[in-house]
Design a binder for this molecule. Structure first.
Ligand code: GTP
Ligand code: MG
Length: 192
């Protein structure tokens, strides 16, 4: 995918603040601090289009980005971070679910997992939930640079077993080395 333009559109807490439905949308979902925003920045070749942070819970709204005036990337708030105030945490689930269930232009979801972590209940729920609503998805194992090549393969197989998926469904990625960028784009282009 050749990136001609990538622009922030708006942040929204609820559907009344979403931009009008128009271009096809691809959403990015995953645990807090997993690297959703960093993945988007690498995909669009922009270091700071999306704010990233070593403090989990940075993205607390649904953020829309126009890419090439052709489709929209949607950065969803990360779930599952224990140290976020309860008032914020309570809004996460509904905010993510409201977006995913009600957006007719949503073409697919990129589910991002940390390659070093075994998926937990939230990941199971998200994947089952997407299947239930017949929403297309791809899975990306990020922060691959944190493991040796041997451990990457081992961990990919373990995560696949855990989620009862074929390991070919899990794309290895690193925002640091940009490994896997082309593979992720290829999968996203299938959505479009
Ligand atoms: P929230 O918005 O808080 O949910 O986080 P996020 O999922 O958007 O994560 P973000 O992209 O802000 O990255 C979190 C931290 O992980 C930052 O310190 C990033 O630099 C780091 N990070 C993200 N991707 C990678 C990666 O592939 N490799 C390494 N080594 N670090 C990464
Ligand atoms: Mg973020």
């Amino acid at each position: 995918m050749k990136i001609l333009s990538a622009e922030f559109v708006t942040s929204a807490a609820n559907p009344s603040q979403y931009p009008p439905e128009g271009l096809p949308e691809i959403a990015f979902a995953g645990r807090s601090n997993v690297g959703k925003s960093s993945l988007i920045n690498v995909l669009v070749n922009r270091k700071h289009l999306v704010k990233t942070s070593s403090t989990p819970g940075r993205t607390q709204l649904v953020n829309f980005f126009d890419i090439n005036d052709y489709f929209t990337f949607v950065d969803l708030p990360g779930y599952g971070y224990a140290r976020v105030p309860a008032s914020v945490k309570k809004k996460w689930g509904p905010m993510i679910e409201t977006y995913l269930s009600g957006r007719s232009t949503l073409k697919g979801v990129v589910v991002i997992l940390d390659i070093r972590r075994t998926p937990r209940e939230e990941e199971h729920n998200l994947i089952a939930w997407l299947a239930h609503y017949s929403i297309a998805r791809i899975l990306v194992l990020t922060k691959a640079d944190k493991l040796s090549k041997t451990k990457q393969d081992k961990q990919r197989a373990a995560v696949a077993r855990f989620l009862a998926l074929d390991s070919s469904e899990l794309i290895l990625f690193s925002a640091k080395s940009r490994k896997g960028r082309e593979d992720v784009w290829q999968a996203i282009e299938q959505f479009l």
